[in-house]
Design a protein around this ligand. Structure first.
Ligand SMILES: [Zn+2]
Length: 221
């Protein structure tokens, strides 16, 4: 899942209008920002396996810290708590925590059964929509369209061209993943994954109010 995580963050702007899209992105992709760092540190393991049919030719061998449900709930509570401490926005904090958990639920839709429920234990979850490429693409694009529509309805006072640029970049990355060759190595996957910090930064940039423009519902944090 790629676009879907950004889509739910855009949709969440309606529930937390005073929280910046960058913060919402950070929450919804948080465990995918953590995962590459843990891969590079050797704490978690995955490998590229071009023989896996369908989308995402990756074998997620061991990722209990970033992607077990129990740890995701812990990360969500920490993120929500941190956001409440920084911004004093109860609503924003609840939305941030919910978005962090939404990541696991959306991953569970597309991943093959490799998502652990707890750091220890054998139970693995995954409905495997990646095995049906057209189905995954349809779900991701539908989520993206809904998320974008809700974001547009929830915001005023921003220039729109940064948003269109961000959307174009997200769609290009999605298309590149779909149509490009398998990644050369898991290290390359990790570095590309870390580059998602740039998309989080873009979220803050896109969502900032225009100086001297109409008063924005939008956020400064
Ligand atoms: Zn993930």
């Amino acid at each position: 899942m790629f676009l879907g995580h950004y889509a739910v963050a855009m949709a969440a702007k309606r529930a937390a209008p005073a929280t910046s899209l960058g913060t919402l992105f950070l929450a919804s992709v948080f465990i995918d920002l953590l995962w590459p760092a843990l891969l590079l540190a050797g704490v978690e393991r995955a490998r590229v396996d071009a023989s896996i049919p369908g989308l995402a030719p990756l074998a997620f061998e061991h990722y209990p810290v970033s992607h077990s449900l129990l740890m995701v709930v812990v990360w969500a509570l920490l993120l929500g708590g941190a956001w409440f401490a920084v911004a004093h926005q109860r609503r924003g904090a609840i939305v941030v925590a919910t978005l962090a958990v939404s990541h696991w639920l959306l991953d569970a839709l597309v991943h093959r059964p490799d998502l652990p429920l707890a750091p220890a234990g054998e139970a693995r979850i995954g409905l495997g929509l990646w095995n049906v490429p057209w189905g995954s693409v349809l779900v991701e694009l539908a989520l993206f369209a809904c998320g974008l529509a809700l974001y547009l309805r929830s915001t005023v006072g921003q220039r729109r061209w940064p948003l269109w640029m961000l959307c174009a970049v997200l769609l290009l990355i999605f298309a590149g993943d779909l149509l490009g060759p398998p990644p050369p190595s898991i290290t390359a996957v990790a570095w590309v994954g870390l580059a998602q910090w740039l998309l989080v930064a873009a979220g803050w940039w896109v969502d900032r109010p225009v100086p001297g423009g109409r008063p924005a519902v939008a956020a400064t944090l």
